[in-house]
Design a protein. Structure first.
Lengths: 621, 206, 357
């Protein structure tokens, strides 16, 4: 055919890498998802170790396991690492692994930017953790309030590592948000209207919108504090007219949507897993979509509930109280829809579904303490105590982390072509679940009886001793649960038995219609979607495959590129250079970054084609 | 697929920037990026508004700002935006030479704007309004400076794109880049209108 | 059965927790669960209201959850596909409307209390005005109506509104006396002074805490609120304003004046200083906020503090006998280098600074 000849004439010899270079240059969402999982998992272990050290210090009163300085560094790094370097990347891992498959696409809208997003996150994460080796560690909390984090009270470079690390990592997150929004808007398979998308896709779509609108606020905050610290600006220097409460506003206008960025994807996972393992379609799909949109929208209106005790006045406190309570309504809608998905279903208890089922009561407990916190006058007692620590761990760990564990067990066969061992998975669940409740339930009471948070130690005889000891034991159990999961990963990697396309047999969405793991191009032919739960419905009709929306033909793929890695190294160098006032290194770093952008703009990526013959052989990513 | 289209039948589709999936993705992605940029500038504005009266011993906004010059800068930027509109019109008419001319006009006017701004900042510094002087000055230079940096980046970017058009011609690959750079240019123009109002006009009124 | 055991395993940690709840109401002078004043009481009432409503929600959700898991678990060998249900309009309305009603029940008292507890008694002649300034790591209390400045121990009369104006001398802290009422932040900078009122119906000593991360010794920034009768308060005011004599011994006096009064104030001497006021320090509950004078004699505590302040409260702005200040604006302030004789003398002198009220 004329087209074929023309295309053959333009066949580009593109370097296809193997081994390490493959992973360093990949723009394939499936590989990038795995990279996010490995990096996020490693940072999760780092954050977890920091948590264990914190709990050891707090096991008894007036303990001296670590000094006061080190303790403040541990709590700062634990929070920052867990939120930005562990939880979000592991969510990005699931997003990358699953979304293009669920919408019937071959990759995301911007594969190059996807890779850039990963490498900037990784560079930012490494930069933040280098502080441990530089001996100059941020110690003003993950919220980095001023003036404690300002130049006068945080001399040294600790907070600079925090600012630069988050700034660079934040670039990656923002790029990811834009990428997934564009992907979901523009690249759904033919027939997949918005209201036929899986709930996980909806959740990621809305989360991506939150990222796009929340992260730039943090960017400005970080820039302002960086300017105060490095260039003697006066945003927060009260002696020169600056305002410390301004930092709190800027941080929390970002910070509150951030926690919804964390939890909405987990909600998406729960919807998928509960539906699959009860063999029922999601109850109240349209309400679920609407509720998720409402939660995201309201999430931008409630930030000052973190600031009730700042002195905003009764009108502000009253408004933000009510707005915060309102979020309970759509959240409750979701809980009940999950319960009624289970109702009348055929419920199977696998590792994936145990985590999803365990999520429900745990998250509800976290949510109700959230409503309690929303009552501003009561919050004057709860604020900055262990009651808050208990609340947010209930929703973040009991919500998000359970959701991640659930999603990992569920989609592991799709990502890796291996199934995680069920016995070990259940052991993971029970140890982690019991350990979690043991650690954090008791912390509610610690807060109520007067224990503030972020305290390096506590005096004896206040009634705090036993409860703290119990909490520490729970933390160790959670550590054991995590180790069991890692053992599971290693053990099941060795089991090379091929995994079916649809290993749970009850798959409802498109990712289960293709091999595990999928070929490099995902779909040999983009599928034609005829309903919600498209794959499941085709199975009910007796079809073994999705109907195709296009003929077999050569598939165009984007080229791999080393530029994202180099750009991230440039940013990393620039950050260190400016932090330590080595302007030359700073400028060199910036130049490297811009040179990469220049190269990317000037040298167009023509990609390469995978021909039908290769597709027959099964080209694996 | 996409990159090879233009070879097949010799001439460009009607809206070349939207003729391919990559082009449509780039345009959508860029609008989303501008959404993020809007929030970014919004936060800078919020910080500025919160701190604008904290002048300490330094000169106040009323004292510093010379409206005629700022008005001139505004006009220059607005006209440059008009030039980029004409450039995109030429793009849609597949007229490469006029498109390049209008793009050159755009960046020349952008350079003019930057020149005026550098002169303006220099004057302020000599009047005692330095970056470190007060909370007002820090937030002023950060907000207006960030905008200026965006203009500078736009000038470099459009300059680079002009060079690419010379080398590769107007294709379904280069068209989205021009289109997107024009949207970017309009955006920084809109931001300037807000700066003119919130920083300069409100500064004079107090 | 297998699944009932699963369910019980899940409930066990929760029930254990509840049991601990009953045993841990905490210290009477510290816990928010034992309110000792009307402000804490109102806040406690809201806490009880909210937890009752939320407990109801939790019970309903848990009940449905447990029922569903038991009733609809997949039996062995059962491969049927259950009926696919799209949704139920009535149910959606029920579980939207009922939560809204519950929120109304919670919201109205909330708003009432928000405004009720934000009343300003600054102009009320019946109220006692106290200015609070927080520092790394001590609390300064000024009574402008009486011209008194003191530190670490807030003495107040019972039965009157105490109107606080709060600000910080360095970083952001938060002022909190849990059994008396909720906390409020202390911000640095002009125009950021906060207001809070509290009431102490009964006499007693109540524990106060700092509740905003403020540096290494945030955990050790305790203070005390001592509520006494009006007569006792009047005697305290008179006692604290009485002139204070310098140490009798010349060596001790010289050391005290040069090494201590360069920052501290006592009586009329050096009255505008930036370190804790030492008047009456001998009769306070603690030295340095955390060395209790009921378990160790105040003189011993004073010796310990003056000798080892830097290790007792890391990062604090007072140098001790052998260590300079290593952190913050006071970084580099040199160690006092007091001899044992001077140290003992100063400790004895300060221990004798007792107020009779």
């Amino acid at each position: 055919m004329k087209e074929d000849a023309a295309l053959a004439a333009h066949a580009h010899t593109v370097k296809r890498y193997r081994g390490l270079m493959d992973w360093l240059t990949t723009v394939d969402h499936k590989k990038i998802g795995i990279l996010y999982l490995i990096a996020g998992g490693l940072f999760f272990l780092v954050g977890g170790l920091e948590a264990i050290l914190i709990r050891i210090q707090l096991i008894k009163p007036m303990n001296n396991f670590v000094g006061a300085d080190t303790f403040n560094q541990l709590i700062t790094m634990h929070g920052t690492t867990m939120i930005f370097l562990a939880a979000m990347p592991m969510l990005f891992a699931l997003m990358n692994a699953v979304i293009p498959l669920q919408i019937g696409a071959r990759d995301v809208a911007f594969p190059f930017l996807n890779s850039l997003g990963f490498w900037t996150f990784f560079a930012g994460g490494v930069l933040l953790n280098i502080s441990w080796f530089a001996g100059d560690i941020p110690d003003a909390g993950w919220t980095s309030y001023v003036p404690l984090a300002g130049p006068t009270y945080a001399g040294g470079h600790g907070v600079d590592y925090y600012l630069m690390g988050l700034q660079i990592a934040g670039i990656g997150t923002l790029l990811g948000g834009i990428n997934f929004m564009a992907t979901i808007i523009n690249m759904r398979a033919p027939g997949m209207s918005f209201m036929r998308m899986p709930m996980f896709t909806w959740a990621i779509f809305i989360t991506s919108a939150l990222i796009v609108f929340a992260f730039p606020v943090l960017t400005v905050g970080l820039v302002a504090l960086t300017f105060d610290r490095l260039f003697q600006a006066n945003f927060f220097e009260t002696g020169n007219g600056g305002n410390t409460v301004l930092w709190e506003h800027v941080f929390w206008v970002f910070g509150h949507p951030e926690v919804y960025i964390l939890i909405l994807p987990a909600f998406g996972v729960i919807s998928e897993v509960i539906s699959a393992f009860s063999r029922k379609r999601l109850f109240g799909y349209s309400s679920m979509v609407f509720a998720t949109v409402l939660i995201a929208f309201l999430g931008f209106m409630v930030w000052a509930h973190h600031m009730f005790t700042t002195g905003l006045g009764p009108v502000a406190n009253g408004l933000f109280s009510i707005a915060t309570m309102l979020i309970a309504v759509p959240t409750g809608v979701k809980i009940f829809n999950w319960l009624f998905t289970l109702w009348g279903g055929s419920i199977s208890f696998t590792s994936a579904s145990l985590f999803a089922i365990g999520f429900i009561p745990t998250f509800v407990m976290g949510g109700v303490t959230g409503v309690m916190l929303a009552v501003a006058p009561a919050d004057f007692q709860y604020h900055d105590t262990y009651f808050v620590v208990a609340h947010f761990h209930y929703v973040i760990v009991g919500g998000l982390i359970f959701g991640i564990f659930s999603g990992l067990h569920y989609w592991w066969p799709k990502m890796f072509g291996r199934i995680l061992n069920e016995k070990l998975g259940k052991a993971t669940f029970w140890t982690f679940f019991i350990g979690f409740h043991l650690t954090f339930f008791i912390q509610h009471f610690l807060g109520l009886i007067g224990m503030p948070r972020r305290v390096w130690t506590y005096l004896p005889g206040q009634g705090f001793d036993t409860m703290n000891a119990v909490s520490t034991v729970g933390a160790f159990l959670m550590g054991i649960g995590t180790i069991i999961f890692i053992i599971n990963v290693i053990v099941s990697a060795a089991n090379k038995k091929p995994v079916a396309n649809d290993p749970w047999e009850d798959g409802r969405s498109l990712e289960w219609s293709i091999p595990s793991p999928p070929p490099e191009y995902n779909f040999k032919q983009l599928p034609l979607v005829r309903s919600y739960d498209a794959w499941w419905n085709e199975k009910q009709k007796g079809n073994a495959e999705m109907p195709p929306a296009e003929p077999v033909g050569p598939i165009h793929m984007p080229s791999p590129s080393i530029l994202p890695l180099i750009m991230s190294i440039g940013l990393f160098a620039a950050a260190l250079g400016f932090m330590y006032h080595h302007t030359i290194i700073g400028i060199v770093g910036i130049v490297i970054t811009f040179a990469c952008m220049f190269t990317r703009s000037v040298f167009d990526d023509h990609g390469f084609h995978i021909e039908p013959e290769e597709q027959e052989k099964g080209v694996h990513a | 697929m996409s990159a090879h289209d233009h070879h097949l039948d010799g001439h460009l589709p009607h809206e070349p920037e939207k003729a391919t999936l990559e082009g449509r993705n780039k345009i959508l992605g860029f609008w989303l990026f501008l959404g993020a940029e809007t929030v970014l500038f919004g936060t800078l504005f919020a910080a500025f508004i919160a701190l604008r009266h904290q002048t300490l011993d330094g000169p106040t906004a009323d004292h510093l700002f010379e409206l005629p010059m700022v008005f001139a800068a505004t006009m220059i930027l607005l006209v440059s935006s008009l030039a980029s509109v004409f450039a995109v019109q030429a793009l849609h008419q597949h007229k490469v030479k006029p498109m390049i001319v209008w793009l050159i006009v755009t960046i020349l006017l952008g350079l003019g704007f930057l020149g005026l701004e550098i002169y303006e900042f220099n004057t302020y510094v000599s009047e005692g309004h330095k970056f470190r002087t007060s909370a007002f000055s820090s937030s002023f230079y950060t907000l207006v400076g960030f905008h200026g940096a965006h203009v500078a980046f736009g000038v470099l970017w459009i300059g680079l794109l002009i060079a690419q058009i010379f080398k590769k011609g107007l294709t379904v690959v280069t068209a989205p880049k021009i289109y997107v750079s024009a949207i970017y240019w309009h955006f920084i123009d809109v931001v300037w209108v807000f700066i003119f109002t919130v920083v300069y006009l409100m500064g004079k009124v107090g | 059965m297998m699944n009932r055991w699963r369910v019980l395993k899940r409930l066990l940690p929760l029930m254990a927790g509840m049991a601990l709840l009953l045993s841990a109401c905490g210290r009477e002078d510290l816990s928010t669960l034992s309110p000792k004043g009307p402000v804490a009481q109102k806040q406690f009432d809201l806490m009880t209201l909210s937890i009752s409503i939320m407990a109801l929600v939790v019970v309903v959700v848990f009940a449905i959850c447990i029922y569903v898991l038991i009733r609809f678990r997949r039996r062995k060998g059962d491969n049927t596909i259950p009926k696919q249900v799209e949704g139920n309009h009535t149910l959606e309305i029920i579980w939207t409307v009922i939560p809204i009603i519950l929120l109304l029940i919670l919201g109205v008292p909330t708003i009432n209390t928000v405004f009720g507890l934000s009343k300003d008694y600054s102009k009320d002649p019946e109220a006692v005005q106290v200015t609070v300034t927080s520092h790394q790591y001590w609390w300064e209390f000024e009574y402008p109506e009486y011209g008194i400045k003191t530190a670490q121990e807030l003495v107040v009369p019972t039965g009157r509104k105490i109107q606080f104006k709060l600000a910080s001398g360095d970083v952001t802290h938060a002022f909190w006396i849990p059994s008396i009422g909720g906390k409020i932040d202390t911000n640095p900078g002009l125009g950021t002074t906060n207001k809070l009122y509290l009431e102490f119906p009964n006499e007693g000593v109540f524990r106060g805490k700092c509740a905003e991360l403020c540096g290494p010794s945030h955990a050790l920034m305790d203070f005390k609120a001592k509520a006494v009768s009006q007569e006792s308060f009047d005697r305290w005011v008179a006692a604290i304003k009485a002139p204070v004599a310098m140490p009798a011994d010349e060596t001790v006096k010289a050391a005290f004046e040069s090494k201590c009064l360069s920052c501290h104030a006592i009586g009329e001497t050096n009255a505008g200083s930036a370190a804790p006021n030492l008047t009456g320090i001998g009769s306070r509950q603690t030295v340095g906020g955390i060395l209790y004078n009921d378990t160790t004699p105040v003189e011993e505590n004073l010796k310990d503090w003056i000798a080892h302040a830097q290790s007792i409260k890391p990062g604090n702005q007072m140098p001790d006998v052998s260590t300079n200040v290593s952190y913050g604006p006071g970084k580099g302030t040199t160690a006092t280098g007091l001899t044992q004789e001077e140290l003992d003398g100063i400790a004895k002198y300060l221990a004798s600074q007792k107020l009779e009220y």
